[in-house]
Write a protein that binds this ligand. Structure first.
Ligand code: FES
Length: 124
């Protein structure tokens, strides 16, 4: 088992409330997967970029996940809606919640944290 490590993601100032996400890659169960980090109500959250309806990337334009209200993460393909804080399915055809990636933010810097399931991918 690999030790947990904090992997640099971005500067805090790059993530605004209900704004654009920043994409990155992780190895999830040894597969390269797209992931994203964004900010909602002041807190940073990261998930795999993989809808639970059909395992497709969800952004309707690169790094755009919030719906027009800025309160839900929406899959562009069939409109599944997820809670930004938990990744739980709220509405639509999703089956279960998004896969969450642990993050931390301190001194103006955002990191994600490796685990048994998540290891660094190729970016950033
Ligand atoms: S693929 Fe996301 S809602 Fe169908």
């Amino acid at each position: 088992m690999a030790d947990a490590a904090a992997v640099y993601l971005c500067q805090s100032s790059e993530l605004t409330d209900s704004g654009s996400a920043i994409g990155f890659e992780v190895l999830y169960l040894s597969q390269t997967c797209a992931a994203f980090v964004l900010r909602y109500a002041g807190t940073v959250y990261a998930y795999l970029n993989r809808c639970t309806h059909v395992p497709m990337e969800m952004d309707y334009q690169p790094n755009q996940f919030f719906d027009s209200t800025g309160h839900w993460l929406m899959c562009a393909t069939h409109g599944a809606m997820y809670e930004p804080q938990t990744g739980r399915c709220r509405l639509g055809p999703c089956r279960g919640g998004l896969v969450k990636i642990e993050t931390s933010e301190s001194d103006g810097v955002v990191h994600w944290h490796t685990s048994d399931k998540f290891q660094p991918g190729n970016s950033p």
